[in-house]
Ligand binder design. Structure first.
Ligand SMILES: Cc1cc2nc3c(=O)[nH]c(=O)nc-3n(C[C@H](O)[C@H](O)[C@H](O)COP(=O)(O)O)c2cc1C
Length: 183
């Protein structure tokens, strides 16, 4: 796929078939995430792949509850990738403090999107989840309490009837300004 085609093709997939993912495909997506850029090349991340069915269901169950259940579909995804934020290099931390920027959060978002785009190119569907119960997931996956989970990505083959949706986005003119923020 050409890049623009890929960008249009990638969408959040919230219905999955039960087809297994070839481990080499998953590794290709993880490799795309590993090669993502990051502030001072800190690479402040660990990608925890959760594909053991029982464990995956337990982790998925921590992304919704009876009241807020929009992430219930996570149960149907054959795998979840937990993007753990690691401490960046000292220089990045100093820079982040001086400039009041959360570089590792930016970095993890880029890595997650690399993963999702590679997955889309391989015919896999993904959805980023920012809504989950952090502590129970840390316990299930033995992630130390002092670390943060940036985002969780569901991954699997879209169900056969899954359709391409229209992209609902702000207009080009609303978000692009040349030379001045105000017009
Ligand atoms: C940081 C982040 C967190 C998100 N969290 C959730 C989530 O918890 N549940 C969900 O269904 N979608 C989640 N999404 C997906 C967005 O809703 C989706 O990307 C957006 O509506 C645009 O749709 P598209 O991905 O199909 O283009 C998240 C996306 C991002 C980038």
């Amino acid at each position: 796929m050409h890049f623009q085609e890929l960008i249009h093709h990638r969408q959040s997939v919230r219905r999955y078939s039960n087809q297994e993912i070839d481990p080499s495909l998953l590794n290709k997506c993880l490799e795309a995430a590993r090669l993502a850029p990051s502030a001072s090349n800190s690479q402040p991340w660990t990608f925890v792949v959760v594909n053991d069915p029982e464990l995956k269901n337990k982790v998925a169950a921590q992304t919704y509850d009876k009241v807020v259940n929009f992430n219930k579909f996570a149960q149907d995804a054959p795998a979840l990738i937990v993007f753990v934020i690691e401490k960046p290099k000292v220089i990045t931390r100093v820079g982040a403090f001086i400039k009041n920027k959360e570089y590792p959060l930016i970095d993890i978002g880029i890595a997650a999107e690399h993963f999702c785009l590679q997955a889309a190119e391989e015919g896999l569907g993904t959805c980023m989840l920012g809504w989950f119960n952090e502590r129970p997931i840390q316990k299930l996956l033995h992630i130390p309490e002092n670390k943060t989970i940036g985002v969780i990505v569901t991954v699997g083959y879209p169900s056969a009837d899954y359709k391409q949706r229209h992209k609902s986005r702000k207009s080009f003119d609303e978000v692009v300004k040349y030379n001045s923020y105000t017009t």
